[in-house]
Design a protein around this ligand. Structure first.
Ligand SMILES: *[C@@H]1O[C@H](CO)[C@@H](O)[C@H](O)[C@H]1NC(C)=O
Ligand SMILES: *[C@@H]1O[C@H](CO)[C@@H](O)[C@H](O)[C@H]1NC(C)=O
Ligand SMILES: *[C@@H]1O[C@H](CO)[C@@H](O)[C@H](O)[C@H]1NC(C)=O
Ligand SMILES: *[C@@H]1O[C@H](CO)[C@@H](O)[C@H](O)[C@H]1NC(C)=O
Ligand SMILES: *[C@@H]1O[C@H](CO)[C@@H](O)[C@H](O)[C@H]1NC(C)=O
Ligand SMILES: *[C@@H]1O[C@H](CO)[C@@H](O)[C@H](O)[C@H]1NC(C)=O
Length: 628
């Protein structure tokens, strides 16, 4: 039993000792890694715990990795001192501080360098209380420069059998190494055998940074002519992934021509003779293949053209027809042909029937026609002396008069073809015996003696007439004017009225004669006075003489003289009876018996015209004052 007791004591002691030993231990806790940008400041914490209070404590920091595989101390501290080791990469850049109330120290590194990406070891030594250590990996990041893309400058043919390089992209100086992804439009490109692959080249610069170059090899299709390509660089940053995109590029895709199109570039609308026609050819391939032009009926005759343009100068209707443009693809030797039908419109000179001129007899009728050959509908108008006289290609001249003579111009236009116009003309000559112009073949007039009178005669005829005057009753006449035009003659004679005159003019040509006659009745001049009456009457000639008023004036004067004679007789009779005294001459005021109810005053003012003889009934009382 004693043995057992001893043995159990020994076991218990052993366990106690073991426990004691386990207690005298230091535990160091550190983060696995800490991340920081180059140039930044980083803190690496080191937390420790001890099973018993140490008499003295020593903390050291080491760095491992990089150029040497040995660990290198960079910091030392104990109860007495704190030393930053001389001559290490970190000598001027580190600081160690302890956090109060906790068993923790923090290593602070300033101005982190790319080479600082190493393991940092924190060693805690509590002497009898034991020791321990922990480590943290410092990860350093430096983003690359913006990616630079460069497309190939030549065109890429769709008929290239393998993927060909279309662009390269470079992201310089990044750490850690970045990745490059290619995009077409918005979609990332993934390598597909025979269609797309990427060749990546990575360079470690002396600075330790990486430069990544990536080449995109790609088999283009026609669709890619409108696509944009770019690269994206993705790189790690503390706690995240950063990206940057290059600028967009597009690529030149070469593809064969399968369809050729031909169109008229100018003029717009219908083409007429004389125009310059420009015909352009366009294929659906890239680059544009060489084109050749020909007319369909002459496939072997190549027309002169420059690149895609065929110019036809001063076209005629003979240039109408089908034009073709051909292209030959130099890769595939496939030929493509385009067609264009060209119509050249025309308007021929107008042909007028009758031609040039036509002689017609007065009263005849004629239908003139005007025709112009044209490829489109035309419209015709007829003009005479600048005025429109007809429409349509026929002109009817009915029962022609001398006025209908002249030049008739027909103008033919094609309304759908501005600028196309032609005209023709015919001269119509109307022949016939003369015709007097103006109304009547006989005129009668009365004129004062001695007066000069103009008589005129105007006749129209073709051939040109002549006018002969025959004047009887006066010797004093002469032709004052004689105007002759192509188809008319106008003659004026001036005659002096010395007695009654008969004048006639004959207008004569070889087709006949027409006569106009004038009769002029001479009005003798009045110079007589009535002197054998008691009253002197002064008759002055009328101030205004109406055209045929001289007869009326004479009648009125005669009536006046008669009235004065009667009046004179009455006055003489009254005078003889001694009723009235003699009055003033020139103005007579006569009053009858005062007893009579209404007096009659006859007043005559001889200086007035024939209308100035007044008979006026006035009140007798008023006259009574005037009387005395
Ligand atoms: C570190 O170097 C400086 C001079 O560069 C010297 O003064 C100092 O004593 C040295 N310290 C240690 C611990 O060697
Ligand atoms: C291609 O790029 C050129 C110049 O960079 C630009 O003028 C052109 O519009 C682009 N084409 C397409 C289809 O994006
Ligand atoms: C780069 O690509 C590799 C492999 O695909 C990937 O493991 C890594 O995470 C990528 N890095 C970034 C920063 O995207
Ligand atoms: C008569 O004719 C002449 C010439 O035409 C003209 O000078 C003259 O004034 C005319 N006389 C009259 C009265 O009309
Ligand atoms: C007109 O008179 C002239 C002479 O005055 C004469 O020579 C001519 O034959 C006459 N013409 C006609 C048509 O009578
Ligand atoms: C005019 O013609 C008539 C007949 O037509 C003729 O009798 C006359 O003598 C002519 N007078 C003149 C002046 O020619």
């Amino acid at each position: 039993m004693a043995f057992l007791r001893r043995a159990s004591i020994a076991v218990a002691l052993h366990i106690f000792l073991l426990t004691c030993q386990a207690w005298a231990k230091v535990e160091v806790t550190m983060e696995e890694s800490v991340e920081v940008h180059v140039g930044g400041t980083v803190e690496i914490p080191c937390v420790f715990s001890m099973s018993e209070q140490p008499s003295t404590m020593m903390i050291q920091w080491f760095v491992k990795g990089g150029t040497s595989s040995q660990r290198e101390r960079i910091f030392y501290s104990d109860d007495m001192m704190q030393i930053v080791d001389n001559g290490t990469d970190f000598t001027d850049r580190i600081m160690v501080s302890s956090v109060d109330e906790r068993d923790e120290v923090v290593l602070t590194i300033h101005d982190v360098q790319l080479g600082d990406e190493r393991e940092f070891i924190c060693q805690v030594n509590g002497m009898s209380a034991g020791n321990g250590e922990g480590k943290t990996l410092l990860k350093v990041f430096d983003p690359p420069e913006a990616p630079v893309i460069e497309g190939v400058h030549h065109g890429i043919s769709v008929s290239t059998p393998h993927p060909s390089k279309i662009a390269s992209c470079e992201a310089r100086n990044g750490y850690p190494r970045a990745n490059i992804t290619w995009y077409r439009n918005q979609t990332p490109l993934v390598p597909i055998n025979g269609k797309m692959n990427v060749v990546t080249l990575q360079t470690r610069e002396s600075s330790g940074l990486y430069t990544i170059q990536s080449e995109l090899h790609y088999k283009v299709t026609k669709d890619d002519k409108d696509a944009v390509f770019y690269c994206e660089v993705s790189y790690a940053v503390p706690g995240a992934v950063g990206t940057a995109e290059s600028k967009r590029i597009n690529i030149t895709v070469h593809y064969p021509t399968t369809v050729v199109e031909l169109w008229k570039q100018s003029p717009e609308g219908l083409v007429k003779e004389g125009d310059t026609v420009e015909i352009r050819c366009r294929g659906d391939g890239n680059p544009p293949p060489p084109f050749t032009f020909n007319r369909k009926q002459q496939p072997d005759v190549e027309l002169d053209s420059s690149l895609d343009l065929l110019v036809l100068q001063d076209v005629t209707r003979a240039d109408s027809g089908i034009y073709q443009c051909r292209s030959l693809d130099l890769d595939t030797y496939a030929e493509a042909v385009g067609d264009l039908k060209l119509v050249i419109h025309y308007l021929d000179p107008a042909v007028v029937v009758p031609k040039d001129s036509e002689i017609m007899l007065k009263g005849e009728s004629l239908t003139a026609t005007c025709n112009a050959l044209c490829s489109v509908e035309t419209s015709t108008i007829w003009l005479k002396d600048g005025k429109q006289v007809g429409e349509g290609h026929e002109l009817f001249l009915h029962d022609v008069s001398f006025d209908a003579a002249g030049e008739y111009v027909c103008e033919v236009t094609a309304p759908s073809l501005a600028g196309l116009q032609t005209s023709g003309s015919v001269l119509i000559i109307v022949q016939g015996a003369p015709e007097m112009k103006g109304s009547g073949s006989h005129a009668e007039m009365e004129e004062n003696m001695e007066k000069w009178v103009n008589l005129s005669c105007e006749a129209q005829a073709h051939p040109k007439p002549s006018i002969n005057w025959s004047i009887t009753g006066t010797q004093n006449w002469h032709e004052a004017s004689n105007r002759v035009t192509e188809n008319s003659i106008h003659s004026t004679v001036t005659v002096q009225v010395t007695s009654d005159i008969t004048a006639s003019c004959n207008a004569t040509n070889n087709m006949g004669t027409v006569t106009k006659s004038y009769s002029i009745k001479a009005i003798p001049l009045i110079a007589s006075t009535a002197a054998n009456t008691a009253v002197t009457v002064r008759v002055t000639p009328p101030r205004t003489i109406k055209k045929d008023g001289s007869g009326v004036i004479i009648i009125i004067i005669i009536v006046c003289i008669l009235l004065l004679a009667i009046l004179g007789s009455v006055l003489y009779f009254l005078y003889k009876k001694g009723k009235i005294p003699c009055g003033r001459s020139g103005k007579q005021e006569i009053t009858k018996e005062k007893a009579s109810k209404g007096d009659i005053v006859v007043e005559m003012k001889s200086d007035k015209t024939e209308e100035a003889v007044l008979l006026k009934g006035v009140n007798g009382d008023k006259k009574a004052h005037n009387d005395q």
